[in-house]
Design a protein around this ligand. Sequence first.
Ligand code: NAD
Length: 285
Amino acid sequence: MAAKLLEGKAIAEKLKAVVRQEVDLLRAKQNRAPKLIALQIGENASSAVYVKAQRKVAESLGIEYWLETLPDTISQAEAEQKISDFNKDHSITAIIVQLPVPKGIDAKKLANTIWPAKDAEGMHPQNLGRILLGNYKIGPCTAMAVMELLESTGEKLYGKEAVIVGHSEIVGKPLALMLLNKLATTTVCHIATGERGVLADHVKRAEILVVAVGKAGIIKGDWVKPGAVVVDVGINRVGDKIVGDVEFEAASQRASYITPVPGGVGPITTTILMRNTVELFKISF
Ligand code: NAD
């Protein structure tokens, strides 16, 4: 039986409706709106695409969005000073550093100078620590988007065999904690799992499978357990097409739900960034 498609756009629209309503209520109460500031260093084509998308979603939700562009000649210290100024500015309620940054700028160090209470991407160690403690409202956008996709299926996570392939700080690791918080039995696979030749063994027992590797078709369709929920985070350009990490056609014959690539996780992440922004606004009073 062909799997049901987990369409990110539809889920993002539902989330947006909730966030928009919340912004309206907060604005009526506080007489001001959340303000997200994006710091971009130098000009960059892919960063420009993100900025355009972020501005569009923010404005559609009633969130103020401001882009600050610094020259690519700026030093690490000067960029960090700029973040410190934003931290202290009461009119700014959330901050994001746009990637990529020019060579010579340590993006992680820069992002970590954002105060946890203004950390729109949920990547500050203090905010990541809250996920470990199971007490969080904001978090890394892609991992949060995966949780929204899983929850949209209505399938219980409690006690399920969840296998994540990929252990990055933005997806696999925080997602492992989020799934553990839901009492899924969670396994994280990574490069060493692949090198040891046991990736298929783990994937084959997954009732919940999330893949974030960045290698087209690394997960074979016939590894997917019948009835599994499959979320493919991977984005790979093959010729003139964008494909995921999972062999889509074969996997969708076995899975109960599967994300398309593109159109699965991607459309939700910007909305999560805005939801994070609103959550930070709530703690700014
Ligand atoms: P990454 O690039 O930082 O790391 C890749 C991960 O894959 C690592 O954990 C590595 O150990 C693992 N890996 C590599 N080869 C492997 C193998 N042979 N077997 C098992 N594991 C292996 O990860 P990332 O930044 O999370 O990105 C992963 C993919 O997700 C990329 O394609 C990226 O473009 C995509 N992505 C998509 C979104 C979205 O919004 N849709 C957001 C973030 C990342």
